[in-house]
Ligand binder design. Structure first.
Ligand code: AMP
Length: 104
């Protein structure tokens, strides 16, 4: 089933996109919990960390390696927080894998 994030990838729903490459999209959270609150999502439709497969390891590494670069580009040179909510008990609302990047 297509999530709101898949619709953002397909440009069917608008978002404040701050970074894009062939594998990931990064946009501002619509309901920010910090001055900087970005969501890093894979273009591949992976529902959650529970569905990540060994063949996704380069994609996951790519997402992780983007974090410090994105943080610095948004003024978070002193540090940042990350969060991945997984499953119902993990507070996940949107079932398309995403990393929250928060700071300030
Ligand atoms: P999670 O609880 O980890 O699934 O978080 C989902 C996040 O997606 C929440 O922080 C929402 O504010 C955010 N969100 C939901 N819809 C949109 C949207 N259309 N554009 C940007 N962020 C969104």
């Amino acid at each position: 089933m297509s999530t709101i994030f898949a619709k953002i990838i397909r440009r069917e729903v608008p978002a404040d996109i701050v970074y894009e490459d062939d594998r990931v999209l990064v946009f501002k959270d619509i309901n920010p919990r910090a001055r900087v609150h970005l969501l890093i999502i894979p273009k591949k439709e992976i529902a959650s960390m529970f569905e990540v497969k060994p063949e996704d390891k380069d994609l996951i590494a790519h997402m992780m390696l983007l974090l410090p670069q994105l943080a610095k580009a948004h003024g978070l040179e002193k540090g940042f927080k990350t969060q991945i909510n997984t499953g119902e008990a993990g507070g996940q609302e949107v079932y398309h894998l995403h990393i929250h990047l928060l700071g300030n």
